[in-house]
Design a protein around this ligand. Structure first.
Ligand SMILES: [Zn+2]
Length: 180
């Protein structure tokens, strides 16, 4: 069998015109030797297209590094925003106290001391009440005792909360009255 020019075409792997391609196809149908060469060519072509372009690894690594930098920067921005937000919130909550202290430190200290005194006396009174309640416990039925005890405790905590609220808002009221 005459393998020329088919063998040459296949080995050179050069582009063929339609007529040449038709002749090659006809030859490949009957020639296993040239079919083998054609199959190797096909496999090589596939491998060549599948292989990454030159410099692909470097470009990929560069892109990855850039992405990591961007992620780090976004994290830093997020943390900064979180920190600033926290600081702003803290300032907003504490500003009335600081302003009150700056406006009249002595008054502020007296108010706080008064509050502390009130708190200690309240706690003492609560302790006394609890002691009295505990001493009369045997004579009182449990559900009733529990009701009385919780209402007393609730009343004291309400009083404490109210006085704290008043203390925190009193300086602002004074300032408003001064501005008038
Ligand atoms: Zn052949």
């Amino acid at each position: 069998m005459n393998h020329r020019p088919f063998e040459d075409w296949l080995l050179a792997d050069e582009p063929l015109n339609p007529q040449q391609r038709r002749e090659l196809q006809n030859h490949l149908r009957v020639c296993t030797q040239c079919t083998a060469i054609a199959e190797v060519n096909l496999a090589l072509r596939k491998a060549r297209t599948a292989a990454p372009a030159p410099g692909f690894a470097q470009r990929w690594q560069a892109r990855l590094a850039a992405q990591r930098r961007l992620q780090r920067r976004q994290q830093a921005i997020g943390l900064t925003i979180l920190g600033l937000g926290g600081a702003a919130l803290l300032t907003w909550f504490c500003a009335p106290l600081f302003l009150a202290f700056a406006a009249s430190p002595a008054e502020w200290i007296v108010q706080w001391l008064g509050y502390l005194l009130f708190l200690t006396t309240s706690l003492e009174a609560a302790g006394e009440a609890a002691r009295v309640l505990l001493s009369v416990l045997p004579e009182v039925t449990p559900p009733y005792f529990l009701l009385v005890f919780t209402s007393v405790l609730g009343g004291f905590s309400l009083l404490g909360t109210f006085s704290l609220w008043q203390l925190m808002h009193l300086p602002q009221k004074t300032k408003v009255s001064q501005a008038r």
